[in-house]
Design a protein around this ligand. Structure first.
Ligand code: GDP
Ligand code: MN
Length: 379
């Protein structure tokens, strides 16, 4: 789950990271009032779960409160990477002497948190990573000991030659590590970490992603979820107990089990198609889940064909067949459906589908080929 910048900065500030003051607004009038309270020039920042807001026009300077209101009116309602801006953060404008990058991710390869720092921070860090990766320094942290003082200072010295600034950065690294661990984050990032002309070190942007598995035991973090900022299909899927990730293709996939879902997506690509989603209806048998899955997939206008790929183990394929039949009775499914079923109760499943004039396949390759072809014809 991604936190908004205005939420992430509260966690950082509580840990002692120097974060400028500021507040979040949903209307231009609220933005004006915050700017008035802060006094002087402010920066108005779109709060959406997307990077590159600056380049998209979602981060703007305003000389005073009246201008803050105008700028907020422009940014609120704007669309950035498909996401509508519902809130803006208003912060005092900082003077910037340099911009660095500090990131901390949970790395699967080394199985530990890894710091990534670069003196070439700011809005173009993705480009630095692509064209000059040697400018990004990586440090895996042993979770048994945490970030040791000398390691933190080493990271600070990668960013600044001024010793006071390096020490200030070192404290920020340790605070960031603390926030990362305490909140079960998979990512925590400050970009840019700036120096001011007066020599201060400040965190001007904050991004934190919390591991979804953390949320059951951390209701305080779960409460930070902003459903209005997430893809509607993903929200509906989560509420229906489905694991769903929307993708860019046109073959809607309904699969049981994450591994089979991955294999199905691979095969769709292998036969020249593009999956519209990752969807795992889970291991248990529940026709209702199939109905919900079909409802979510058919609501996506980019889907041109639907592919079921069900391997019946604990999942009973007759339950899935019943789910498909129930769904087509509850709402009209205009899209072609290709069904591949094999395993537990498959004879019964085939009979149920035949009863409503639908046909199932047992060969996975054949089903995927058909679904890809149907999606291509319809596109
Ligand atoms: P992002 O583009 O979504 O990562 O948004 P950021 O919050 O990182 O802002 C993008 C860029 O806007 C930063 O890299 C800075 O160059 C600039 N910026 C943000 N806040 C301030 C500020 O307070 N003062 C100045 N001068 N520039 C700022
Ligand atoms: Mn940024």
């Amino acid at each position: 789950m991604n936190l908004h910048e205005y939420q992430a900065r509260v966690l950082l500030r509580a840990a002692g990271v120097p974060v400028p003051e500021g507040d979040v607004a949903s209307t231009p009038a609220e933005a004006e009032a915050i700017a008035q309270r802060l006094g002087g020039a402010v920066v108005v920042k779109a709060q959406v779960h997307a990077g590159g807001r600056g380049k998209a026009g979602g981060v703007k300077l305003a000389a005073g409160s009246a201008e803050a209101r105008e700028v907020a009116a422009k940014i609120l309602g704007m669309t950035i990477k498909g996401l509508v801006v519902e809130k803006v953060l208003v912060v005092p404008a900082a003077e910037i002497a340099s911009e660095s990058y500090v990131g901390l991710i949970m790395d699967r390869e080394t199985q530990r948190p890894v710091f990534m720092v670069s003196a070439a921070g700011g809005v173009d860090i993705e480009e630095v990573a692509a064209t000059a990766p040697e400018k990004i320094f990586r440090l895996p942290v042993d979770p048994r000991y945490g970030l040791l003082a000398h390691q933190a200072l080493g990271l600070g010295l990668r960013l600044y030659s001024d010793f006071a600034q390096a020490r200030a950065a070192a404290s920020i690294m340790q605070q960031l590590y603390g926030v990362f661990v305490a909140n079960g984050a998979s990512l925590a990032e400050i970009n840019p970490l700036v120096t001011t002309p007066a020599g201060q070190v400040l965190a001007l942007d904050a991004k934190i992603s919390v591991d979804d598995n953390e949320l059951d035991r951390r209701p305080d973090l779960a409460a930070l979820r902003d459903e209005s900022a997430e893809a509607p299909s993903e929200v509906a899927a989560r509420n229906a107990g489905l694991t769903f990730i929307k993708l860019d293709g046109n073959v809607g996939c309904v699969v049981n089990g994450a591994g089979l879902a991955m294999a199905t997506m691979d095969l769709v690509k292998f036969y020249g198609g593009e999956p519209a989603n990752f969807l795992d209806i889970g291991g248990s048998s529940n026709p209702e889940k199939v109905v919900n899955a079909l409802r979510i997939i058919t609501a996506d206008p980019s889907v041109k064909a639907i592919l079921f790929n069900i391997f019946g183990g604990i999942t009973r394929t007759d339950d899935v067949a019943n789910g498909i039949v129930t769904a087509t009775r509850q709402f009209k499914v205009e899209l072609p459906i290709v069904i591949r079923l094999t395993g537990t109760n498959e004879a019964e499943a085939f009979r149920i589908l035949q009863g409503v004039g639908m046909r199932a396949l047992s060969d996975m390759d054949e089903a995927v080929k058909q679904a890809v072809a149907l999606a291509r014809e319809a596109a």
